[in-house]
Write a protein that binds this ligand. Sequence first.
Ligand code: CP
Ligand code: NVA
Length: 310
Amino acid sequence: MKPGLPLIRHYLQFKDLRSEEYSYLFERTAIIKKRFKNYERYTPLVDRTLAMIFEKASTRTRVSFEAGMYQMGGSVVHLTTGDSQLGRAEPVEDSARVISRMVDIVMIRTYEQAKLEGFAAHSRVPVINGLTNAYHPCQILADLYTYIEHRGSIAGKVVAWVGDGNNIAHTWLQAAEVLGFTVHISTPSGYEVNLDVAGLRDTSCFKVFQNPLDACRGADLVTTDVWTSMGFEAENEMRKAAFANWCVNAPMMAAAKPEALFMHCLPAHRGEEVAAEVIDGPQSVVWDEAENRMHVQKALMEYLLLGRIG
Ligand code: CP
Ligand code: NVA
């Protein structure tokens, strides 16, 4: 980086920001969301451009970043592996050097965390993780904001994770350590979280349960995700058999606190990782959760590009 240029902040995993920065982002999200709901124009990112690079499919991430950037006055470039030189083996470092000379901020959805980090290391502009095999920090940012909107602070609360020890689970663990809550985690044998990937300071922010019902007892929030994440499709049939008892159902929600919420990052498979009566039931906040992706990411882009406002 050239001397005199401001420090670039990337958002590659949840622990890249500190607890007080999350407090600030949640405050900004509330303001930005209220303006959006009132049809008030808020365009602090006029003349700024976001490049979105997708090497995997997406609905929510694409729409939330693209709509959010336009609402803030900026513009968006959408790239995929298939329609760019990324799919023809141009080195990620070269792609980063070029793309980051032309845009102001980059969002990447890819497979390996190392590829995202390689891009960020050669980027002149902030880079945001839009999902890798390891983490999905923007999702948990939205989930936390949704919890706070409905129930207040998550500090000291219990989040039950039922299902795969995947990118979303790793991100919940990091969030628990940064923000001071506990994750009750239940995964089938062979699908545990990878503690090297989670990268925690210690193991006090989570407890492991063999039985998913036990993980849900007394929980403030119950959450799950698909049994087969993108990139693992070849394992689909094997996973269906292994995960059969890890379906969030009414007895699991009944074991949680009466005021417990249900969340799912979506897309969901009713009858697999969650029963229809749970995801479509009164404790589910999945549509707020999906909408909040846009509001939190607007606050995140504002912060990474402009720093603290006021
Ligand atoms: N939750 C989420 O990231 O959804 P998409 O895969 O549709 O972006
Ligand atoms: N764990 C899922 C999340 C999708 C938003 C996946 O990586 O496919």
